[in-house]
Design a protein around this ligand. Structure first.
Ligand SMILES: [Mn+2]
Length: 367
């Protein structure tokens, strides 16, 4: 068996968690990992830092996820665990109020994740940033276990959870992280798990409200292009959201539409919130957006990243777009008269409270 699994399975009482505002990969991979551990004879509980996305309510096992309340029972459960597993994020700030007890735990702190640059406080790590999703990593681990123990772990529920995880984190199998290995995992989930992919796609994507679709229409009218039409962006003000009757979550996936324009290689969604503007960066293929996001104290993957910047929406838009060519070389030959500003894009000093707020807000789609 892999050294990681051998060491992991020396433990008996597991508590698993994932990042704030858990998405398909976060929730699916954590549920599948928990069920896997239970089938391996362990006790496993999932405590999420907050409520997971409501579009996952249909997922098998979803009721087993507790939201963290800080209750005595939950704290005792964490204290009594001999392994604490963090999934689909590598950062204490992204597990909200659980961070304190995880950081100071006596238990083995385990990371299973596909984000780059893990924080240093984990004792046992299964991480590969070229993996399409945390779901793919869990699928791998289950496969290794099944071979080593000559056992069957994969079932209909686990297959549903992992299919959801991999599918949502790959934009329905279209991002640059998708390769033959991903499809082999998925083929196995379909074949051995007996799942019907169409049912999962319908459950996830065909439940929009008319209001949110109308909001999408209005938002798409606001797309602008720059840098030789290679960069597209949409600014969404709070006023726009109010006028359109939109709710949090209605802008989900909006940024991906920008990339569907021919010739557009980089897309940014600017979403104004009460305290500043949330940025979602997307790009295609070899074009990387994570260092651009990092310039604004954000982060993420090569093709999907996020950040949060204080200030008025219009100012933030100009500030972020004006430095784009510095981080995206393909835009350099297509400068279109924007003023490049001096090295001030790191938006000054964030107080600790601001930084924490930023992190909580950041939903980098944690691919
Ligand atoms: Mn992920």
């Amino acid at each position: 068996m892999s050294p990681f699994l051998t060491e992991l399975l020396q433990h008996d009482r597991f508590v698993l968690t994932t990042h704030l505002r858990g998405d398909g990969d976060a929730v699916g991979s954590t549920l599948a990992m928990s069920r896997f551990l239970q089938k391996a004879g362990k006790t496993a509980h999932i405590i999420s830092p907050d409520r997971v996305s409501s579009n996952l309510d249909w997922m098998p096992g979803i009721d087993e996820i507790e939201s963290y309340s800080g209750s005595l029972a939950q704290r005792e459960r964490i204290h009594g665990a001999d392994a604490l597993v963090v999934m689909d994020t590598n950062s204490a700030a992204r597990i909200g109020d659980l961070a304190d007890s995880f950081l100071h735990a006596q238990a083995t702190r385990v990371l299973i994740d596909h984000h780059p640059d893990p924080e240093g406080w984990f004792d046992l790590v299964y991480q590969r940033d070229s993996a399409s999703s945390t779901g793919e990593l869990v699928s791998e681990l289950i496969g290794l276990y099944e071979v080593a123990r000559n056992a069957t772990v994969l079932d209909h529920d686990i297959a549903t959870q992992l299919y959801t995880a991999i599918m949502t984190d790959t934009g329905s199998f279209r991002f640059s992280s998708v390769n033959a290995a991903v499809h082999r995992h998925v083929a196995d989930l379909i074949e051995r798990g007996g799942i019907v992919p169409e049912d999962i796609h319908i459950a996830l994507y065909d439940n929009r409200t008319l209001t949110s679709l109308r909001l999408l229409g209005k938002a798409l009218e606001r797309i602008s292009l720059r840098y030789g039409d290679q960069l597209g962006f949409i600014p969404i003000s709070r006023q726009f959201m109010t006028d359109a009757g939109g709710e949090r979550g209605d802008t989900e996936g909006l940024v991906n539409y920008i990339l569907s324009i021919e010739g557009v290689k980089v897309a940014v969604l600017f979403l104004e919130t009460e305290k500043g503007t949330k940025l979602s960066f997307r790009s295609q293929g070899d074009v990387a957006v994570n260092s651009w996001a990092a310039a604004f104290k954000g982060g993420g993957h090569r093709n999907a990243a996020g950040a949060f910047v204080r200030g008025y929406l219009d100012e933030v838009v100009e500030k972020v777009l004006s430095v784009a060519p510095k981080y995206i070389p393909c835009l350099q030959s297509a400068r279109d008269g924007l003023h490049d500003r001096p090295e001030d894009e790191a938006s000054g000093d964030l107080s600790e409270a601001d930084a924490a707020y930023l992190t909580a807000l950041l939903n980098t789609k944690s691919r």
